[in-house]
Design a protein around this ligand. Structure first.
Ligand code: ARG
Length: 460
């Protein structure tokens, strides 16, 4: 059995079961580029500060570079007995450059090293998801613009509530996604503090220059407290919260797509390229992308729960439990990125059925609030108007009419103050156009939102 890098005080080999149980190289190998980036900055700092010889630092950096190149060329094999990516890299480095490799771990510990590596990895993931989100937001704007004037029912309790423009409905998604993008940006700010230099937990006895490492790795600051540096996983909780909230949004959008795509609604047609068939029912074309985005949101919410539960009972500072953070983070990062990509594709290729939406928008007394508002303008109090229109709707249900089918006389029986031009108020077009106050569904407001959204995206 290979000698462990930490094997000095041990008389016996690690049991194979324990080796398999404790290893993390099978999943943390994806941190290799970030580990090498961190180690190179650390080695350069050790050389600059005279803690190791400059030429030793250079040998280390060149050796690390060659490992990364070979890894990218698919030439590196990892060794489970070397436990994790950090020790695999150190072991590979020793095989390549000999003695200087043994000096790389001066003035650091795997505890500050792993926190640094994962932060570097997440910083990149955040940049990627922010770009993907901006692309999705752009797609939302394009569809909102192309379908700005289409009228559909707006729902509360999944019951027809008031008519809205499809452009308005889609722009609601834009603002939800915009908060997601902000949340990631915000998380990046707090995450971007360098833990390296904290050592195992208490700091280091060597005259290191942490600011030098922070600058080399583009961290905004160095952490203030060595114990906090190695124990802290707030950034993981925050990142996973942002992912979970994003996935919850995508899941809600997906649910709408699934409903709208059903024969009962028939509001949207999904492109063949983003749907799948049934192995038994020849007629089927299923919205699997939307269903899987909805399904995968469960994993990411689970990842967040895992990371919070993982930390809740941990005393300071580092505990091996924290090794469990990585698979949850990787899973959430992969899932969120794939989900945004797939959803963007589905949205960009979707076609909306304006006729069906329009027809549905006029059903189920969706302009009842407009009638009540008209009565208020005639001096009736809102509560009384509500009562009168409510009774009128009850009458419609009894005689099987929509509000738009009623005669002025019928309306006046319930609401004597109804204006003579009430028919014009009860159309879905008038209902939408009347909602001109900021944030309403009137076309002018939807256009204003789109202009503002474009400005925001131009700066993204
Ligand atoms: N593989 C470990 C992790 O992912 C690295 C830190 C190990 N530290 C230790 N003291 N055993 O957290």
């Amino acid at each position: 059995m290979a000698k462990k890098l930490w094997g000095g005080r041990f008389q016996k080999d690690t049991d194979k079961t324990v080796e398999d149980f404790t290893e993390s190289i099978s999943f943390d190998c994806r941190l290799i580029a970030h580990d090498i980036m961190g180690s190179s900055a650390h080695a350069a700092m050790l050389g600059k500060c005279g803690i190791i010889e400059l030429d030793e630092a250079q040998k280390i950096i060149r050796g690390l570079d060659s490992i990364l190149k070979d890894y990218q060329a698919g030439k590196i094999e990892f060794d489970t007995s070397a436990e994790d990516v950090h020790m695999n890299v150190e072991k590979l480095l020793f095989e390549r450059i000999g003695e200087p490799a043994k000096k790389l771990h001066t003035a650091r510990s795997r505890n500050d090293q792993v926190a640094t590596d994962v932060k570097l990895y997440l910083r990149e993931s955040i940049d990627t998801i922010k770009t993907l989100l901006a692309q999705l937001q752009e797609t939302v704007i394009e569809q909102a613009e192309a379908n700005a004037k289409v009228i559909l029912p707006g729902y509360t309790h999944l019951q027809h509530a008031q008519p809205v423009l499809l452009g308005h409905h889609l722009m609601a998604w834009f603002w939800m996604l915009d908060r997601d993008r902000e949340r990631f940006a915000d998380c990046r700010k707090r995450l971007n503090v360098l833990p390296l230099g904290a050592g195992a937990l208490a700091g280091t006895t060597f005259p290191i220059d942490r600011q030098f490492v922070a600058d080399a790795l583009e961290f905004e600051a160095v952490s203030e407290n060595s114990m906090d540096s190695v124990a802290d996983r707030d950034w993981a909780s925050e990142y996973l919260s942002a992912c979970a909230i994003l996935m919850t949004h995508l899941s809600r959008f997906s649910e709408e797509f699934i409903l709208w795509n059903s024969s009962e609604f028939g509001f949207v047609d999904l492109d063949d390229s983003v749907t799948t068939g049934s192995s038994i029912m020849p007629q089927k074309k299923n919205p699997d992308v939307a269903e899987l985005v909805r399904g995968k949101s469960a994993r990411v919410i689970g990842d967040l729960m895992s990371i919070l539960t993982l930390q809740k009972g941990l005393p300071l500072a580092y505990n091996r439990d924290l090794q469990e953070d990585k698979e949850r983070l990787f899973d959430a990062a992969d899932t969120a990125q794939m989900s945004v990509r797939a959803f963007t594709l589905m949205l960009s290729t979707a076609t909306f059925n304006a006729e069906k939406m329009y027809k549905a928008a006029g059903e189920a007394f969706s302009t009842a609030t407009d009638l009540a508002d008209a009565l208020v303008r005639q001096g009736v109090s809102f509560r009384t108007a509500h009562e009168q229109v409510g009774s009128l709707v009850g009458y419609c249900v009894e005689v099987g009419k929509e509000l738009a089918d009623l005669t002025l006389d019928e309306i006046k029986q319930f609401s004597p103050k109804a204006p003579d031009d009430v028919a014009a108020i009860l159309t879905v077009e008038a209902s939408v156009a009347a909602r001109k106050a900021t944030g309403g569904t009137a076309l002018s407001e939807v256009k204003r939102q789109i202009r503002k959204a474009r400005k925001i995206l131009a700066k993204a």
